[in-house]
Write a protein that binds this ligand. Structure first.
Ligand code: ATP
Ligand code: SF4
Ligand code: MG
Length: 379
């Protein structure tokens, strides 16, 4: 039995924001986020740009911006982590592969920053040997040790971040967007690093907006929608007609993949200040019914799968997979399902919403990502 490493329980992250005059509001970016990772498991969290993925990573490491409010529990091996615990474990048992190479100190040689502070010459020698061993493994020659970050190519910088994270033999690695901007060969190389970590029993939280990367390496995939995890599915569920996927948004993401006919879901993902009072997917959901307009569905725990949708309340996973597809079987009358073509938007938009979002951007003809364009509204 693989040991549970990380539990994120009902985590919310918000920022105090000034609206008109001196009025303030608490802008929630992540709401009620629950997920877990065991040894030797890769869990991908798939979310749009700006949806709070890096904030989740930073919350685990205790490096959120000062103006962020964090609620909920983050546990490592069953113990709730205090800020001190996070600082103590960080770079040791748990390691962050940051999204940006800006995390590298521009004025420090690569080897020195990978090794970090040491207490004695002996410890430094030991760490230097280990750093060289890992750097060799990731195809980073000795010349890299004396380079500064600006001298590295994108692929080299990514490998430096991965090897630096592995220097401490972490049990849990959080990788924040490790693939964007990399060529296909480097993407494959990076994904292979995660496969190797998994084989070594490391738990990996892979934070990404790249569906292909997630499907290639993850065991389970958590889908973010408007700052909520709306489904945690097994990788095998993303196959066939997507019939094993539960949430209508996850199904539509799967259908939007080029191999599945490019059926893009209408509308866009409300974020932050725009989120409706009820289910965050209400405005786009063909299965919605009255209750969905005013009540937020909880994340239902179906064992290895989790789903946030009223449709599945009170059902076991067996009930769900035996269900024959008609709305009646799930307690929703056909007459209550919605023809979105003829519906006006029922979105409740809060005042002074600072951003708007475009969802599901298709990149090229072979990859699709959940993406958002963030605009200032000028208010
Ligand atoms: N210091 C801050 N003050 C106020 N709001 C912030 C702050 N930092 C982040 N945010 C808000 O949180 C949102 C999520 O930020 P985050 O960096 O976690 O997104 P992301 O999902 O990692 O995006 P990307 O895919 O572009 O990396 C931002 O869009 C922004 O609205
Ligand atoms: S049926 Fe209701 S709860 Fe489920 S996704 Fe649609 S709007 Fe949300
Ligand atoms: Mg990010």
């Amino acid at each position: 039995m693989m040991e549970k490493l990380l539990d994120v329980e009902n985590v919310s992250i918000s920022f105090l924001q000034y609206t008109k005059g001196l009025n303030q509001r608490d802008l929630k970016v992540i709401t009620d986020l629950t997920l877990d990772i065991s040894e030797g498991e890769i869990l991908a969290v798939l979310g749009s740009s700006g949806s709070g993925k890096s904030l989740l990573a930073h919350a685990i490491f205790g490096i959120l911006p000062e103006n962020a409010n964090l609620n909920g529990k983050i546990k490592y091996k069953g113990k709730e982590l205090s800020q001190e615990d996070k600082e103590e474990l960080s770079g040791k048992e748990i390691a962050l592969i940051p999204q940006s190479v800006n995390f590298l100190d521009p004025l420090m040689k690569i080897s020195d920053q990978a090794i970090g502070l040491t207490k004695s010459d002996e410890e430094r020698k030991e760490k230097k040997l280990k750093q060289r061993e890992i750097f060799d493994h990731y195809n980073l020659g000795e010349e890299v040790d004396d380079m500064y970050p600006f001298q590295l190519s994108g692929g080299m910088a990514r490998r430096v971040l991965v090897s630096t994270a592995l220097l401490s033999d972490p049990k849990l690695v959080v990788a924040d967007e490790p693939t964007p901007g990399l060529d296909e060969k480097t993407v494959q190389e990076t994904l292979n690093h995660f496969r190797h970590m998994k084989e070594d029993g490391v738990g990996v939280l892979l934070i990404t907006h790249d569906i292909h990367a997630a499907l290639e390496v993850a065991d389970r995939i958590g889908i973010f929608y408007s700052g909520y995890v709306i489904e945690i599915a097994k990788k095998e569920d993303f196959s066939g007609e997507g019939e094993n996927l539960l949430h209508p948004y996850t199904k539509s993401l799967y259908k939007a993949l080029p191999a599945n006919g490019f059926e893009l879901v209408k509308g866009h993902q409300p974020l932050h200040g725009e989120i409706p009072n009820g289910c965050p997917f209400y405005d786009r959901c063909e299965m919605r019914f009255d209750r969905c307009a005013n009540e937020r569905p909880e994340l239902l725990d179906l064992g290895e799968k989790k789903i946030r949708c009223f449709k599945y309340e009170g059902l076991s996973i067996e009930d769900i997979y035996n269900y024959d597809g008609s709305n009646d079987d799930l307690g929703i009358k056909e007459s209550e399902s919605v023809d979105l073509e003829n519906e006006d938007s029922n979105l409740t938009v809060e005042e002074d919403s600072p951003i708007s979002i475009d969802d599901v951007a298709v990149e090229g003809d072979s990859s699709i990502s959940v993406d958002v364009a963030v605009e200032e509204d000028g208010a």
